[in-house]
Ligand binder design. Structure first.
Ligand SMILES: *Cc1c(COP(=O)(O)O)cnc(C)c1O
Length: 389
């Protein structure tokens, strides 16, 4: 990868050291321009008219996302956020009292809240599979917990903090072997980690646009396995995903657009297409190597600092680095960093409550790197941190 070229095409790299890619990555200039020009045309010529003019380009969304995760374009739906995408999949599952959801120890709060809602509404049970000593989901424990009541395995691939990469492929093998539905939250993995739904054996996969995919805010996608589409009814079904044909009858779409709704930001979607195209022109395994090498370097530099504790777990670690300081409160540290134009974010215990309780974690700084970050930026970051401490 030509990093200096990629940085030149990313306006934000001139202003800030952006280590908040797990929050929202910096968009490229061409993604920004695509979205802006679409907005301009909408204002000047009309929204529906602009959508019609760029119909073919907007359709590329399905092709590009499908290519990224090795799916079929008919298995892809657009959504405005990963949470919306995930919930459309989750709440399309016909849960009955006594059904069991198996999940991990590093689950994202929003997903877990939906498990709790399903517990309230449908009487499902939630079983939290323990982790291995390394930190990821214990796949043997997962398999031991599968019974005839198991309805769903739902797991976060790369959690919002803690560096962990969960063994999503191994979990998929267990799901497939026992014919259990498998919903994978790939929100933080899409864009940094190579994803292949054929190897993951997942039935659903959700991801947001603004994180490692470098898309505009308000974009996301959902993958739904072909064989499932006709058997599921998303809670959001509208006149886009179905047609009202008789007084007491509707007919649903046969592809994953059944999981979309009529309205969305076409300008954002248009920008998102550009971002995924740019990613697909890179080699995702090289992206992953680059992200890992930057994150490993950051961790090793942080570990040299006395009052810093790196809080990352997992046999394989992602571009998300989390740490705490024994001398400066997290909020203060983040502020000191942002005064030097360094963007990080704060991971609160409630974001991944089970993991926080297990490991007695307090608020932490999350410094998440992307391929366009540099070793030099990490050196600056560590120096600023040293001064702050
Ligand atoms: C950010 C995040 C989400 C939610 O994505 P939205 O687009 O904000 O809804 C879901 N899961 C994980 C693991 C995340 O990090």
């Amino acid at each position: 990868m030509d990093i200096s070229k990629l940085r030149n095409e990313t306006p934000g790299t001139k202003n800030v050291i952006h280590f908040n890619n797990a929050g929202a990555a910096l968009v490229s200039r061409s993604t920004l321009k695509a979205q802006q020009s679409f907005l301009n045309e909408e204002a000047e010529f009309g929204g529906y008219e602009t959508a019609a003019k760029y119909h073919d380009e907007l359709e590329e969304f399905y092709v590009e996302v499908a290519w990224l995760i090795k799916a079929d374009p008919n298995e892809i739906a657009f959504a405005e956020s990963a949470t919306v995408a995930w919930q459309r999949a989750f709440f399309s599952i016909p849960f009955r009292p006594g059904d069991v959801i198996l999940t991990g120890q590093s689950e994202y709060a929003s997903n877990y809240i939906s498990f709790l809602v399903a517990k309230e509404k449908f009487g499902v049970e939630i079983v939290n599979i323990p982790s291995t000593s390394q930190g990821g989901m214990d796949v043997n424990e997962l398999e031991k917990n599968i019974t005839s009541r198991t309805k769903l395995i739902a797991m976060t691939h790369i959690p919002t903090n803690g560096g962990l990469v969960n063994p999503a492929e191994e979990v998929g093998k267990v799901a497939k072997k026992h014919d259990v539905l498998y919903l994978l939250d790939a929100c933080q993995s899409a864009g940094q980690y190579p994803l292949d739904v054929n190897k993951l054996h997942c039935d659903f996969l959700s991801a947001t646009g603004r994180k490692y995919l470098r898309g505009p805010r308000g974009t996301a996608f959902l993958y739904v396995k072909k064989e499932l589409i006709n058997n599921l009814t998303p809670p959001s079904l509208d006149l886009h995903g179905a047609e009202w044909v008789e007084t007491y009858k509707y007919v649903s779409e046969k592809n994953a657009r059944k999981f979309e709704t009529w309205e969305s930001s076409f300008a954002a979607k248009y920008g998102f297409v550009n971002a995924i195209k740019e990613l697909n022109q890179l080699d995702i395994s090289v992206v992953w190597q680059r992200v890992c090498s930057l994150a490993d370097y950051l961790r090793s530099e942080l570990e040299k600092l006395d009052s810093i504790t790196v809080q990352d777990i997992g046999e394989v670690k992602s571009g998300i680095v989390t740490f705490s300081s024994s001398s400066v409160p997290t909020e203060e540290l983040k502020l000191l960093l942002s005064e030097k134009n360094i963007n990080t974010s704060i991971s609160k215990p409630s974001g991944t409550l089970l993991d926080s309780k297990n490991r007695n974690l307090k608020s932490m700084i999350r410094a998440s790197v992307h391929y366009y970050n540099t070793h030099q930026e990490i050196d600056t970051f560590v120096n600023v941190l040293k001064e702050a401490l």
